[in-house]
Design a protein around this ligand. Structure first.
Ligand SMILES: [Zn+2]
Length: 101
């Protein structure tokens, strides 16, 4: 009886530990992700498209870093021209890096 109680306590303690580690890890990860999005550079005029998601991004967008097959929009002399070019090819502006702003 005593042994099974000890085993149950051990199980509960390890479950709580796993939960805590996961929670802390996740909050650190989402914080760094949030900072990443806040620090997106807005000086670049070129735009990068992701044909799988159908969105286009600023080159500094964290999502742009994970694009497998990048479509470059860099022919225009201004950001507006490159935005227009991306839209003409059917891409939508990213909701995180706001390439249109
Ligand atoms: Zn983006």
């Amino acid at each position: 009886m005593e042994n099974s109680q000890k085993a149950r306590i051990k199980l509960i303690v390890s479950l709580v530990a796993i939960f805590l580690v996961g929670f802390i890890g996740y909050s650190l990860y989402s914080d760094s992700l949030e900072n990443d999005f806040k620090n997106i550079s807005t000086t670049e005029i070129e735009r990068v498209g992701d044909p799988y998601t159908g969105y286009y991004h600023r080159p500094g967008c964290p999502k742009a870093k994970s694009i497998v097959k990048v479509v470059d929009f860099n022919k225009g002399a201004t950001a507006e021209e490159n935005n227009k070019q991306a839209k003409e090819e059917g891409f939508l502006p990213c909701k995180r890096c706001h390439p249109d702003d």
